[in-house]
Design a protein. Structure first.
Length: 278
């Protein structure tokens, strides 16, 4: 069984740390691109996910060059940008969500977005509007440690670093040390969106991760797309992250119902999708 020393680590209490303190296994984190499928969909989608039993919502900040994302999420990001999504509007939507929801919220985006917004202002806005943690795949851990770790601490913002099958043992320890939310375990050496069954090679990797002495909880992402892959991932980590499969479900429903972005179409789509996972 994975070592649970992270339970004893004294971190600043927020909705992320509280969640893992009270629920050790079977955590479901669902990714959704803010402003997709329609500009005003974000609030309805997040509230529907919470109602359906999701534990964490990961909100993607639409970006023109999302390097870690596959075609599905890239397309959703382009649609959101065309819809008019931008960070100020995203924060406004997050504030509305937080007034109606207690679900942990994680922002996923890219380092350049933070720089353009102003890193101190970005972190302050995250704090004041109710964001609990950040995932910034292209923020080097060395840059974070040297230049931003104290800023994150100042604003009580958790940071979640990613590890991959190619990450060295020494670097895994470093990523875990710098993380204070959850370690994002990338399941495969590719971009998001792959939907093949979990391979024997991946299982070997998961077993290795399971036996690490992490100080943080772990969530497995990339390629988790149905109940089978979710349940498999949960055997080796505290939970898993589903992104592209959910984005596809939203897109398919949008085409079928031609909705204006809210109402029963979103509630029904979210409920039907999550009920097939948990």
């Amino acid at each position: 069984m994975q070592n649970q020393n992270w339970q004893k680590t004294k971190l600043m209490e927020n909705k992320i740390t509280s969640l893992f303190k009270n629920k050790e296994q079977g955590i479901l984190n669902v990714y959704v691109t803010a402003g997709y499928p329609h500009l005003e969909s974000t609030i309805d989608v997040v509230l529907a996910l919470e109602k359906a039993g999701v534990d964490i919502v990961e909100l993607g900040m639409p970006y023109s060059d999302p390097l870690a994302d596959g075609e599905t999420i890239q397309n959703s990001s382009q649609i959101a940008l065309k819809n008019g999504m931008h960070l100020d509007l995203l924060f406004k939507q997050v504030k509305e969500i937080r007034s109606r929801s207690k679900i942990p919220l994680v922002l996923m985006g890219y380092y350049n977005q933070m720089i353009q917004y102003g890193i101190d202002q970005f972190l302050a806005t995250c704090q004041s509007h109710g964001i609990d943690a950040l995932i910034i795949p292209d923020l080097p851990v060395e840059i974070y440690e040297k230049h931003h770790r104290e800023q994150f601490k100042k604003y009580g913002m958790s940071m979640c670093f990613l590890i991959t099958p190619e990450t060295s043992d020494e670097r895994i320890v470093k990523m875990d040390e710098m993380t204070n939310g959850f370690v994002y375990v990338v399941s495969q050496s590719s971009i998001t969106g792959k939907t093949a069954d979990i391979s024997k090679q991946q299982i070997t990797y998961f077993e290795k991760i399971k036996n690490y002495d992490f100080k943080n909880p772990t969530l497995i992402g990339f390629g988790i797309h149905d109940k089978k892959s979710f349940d498999q991932a949960c055997k080796y980590a505290n939970g898993a992250i589903i992104g592209s499969a959910f984005i596809k479900a939203l897109g398919k429903s949008m085409e079928e119902f031609s909705s204006e972005g809210s109402g029963p179409f979103i509630d029904d789509t979210v409920r039907d999708f999550i009920n097939k996972i948990i």
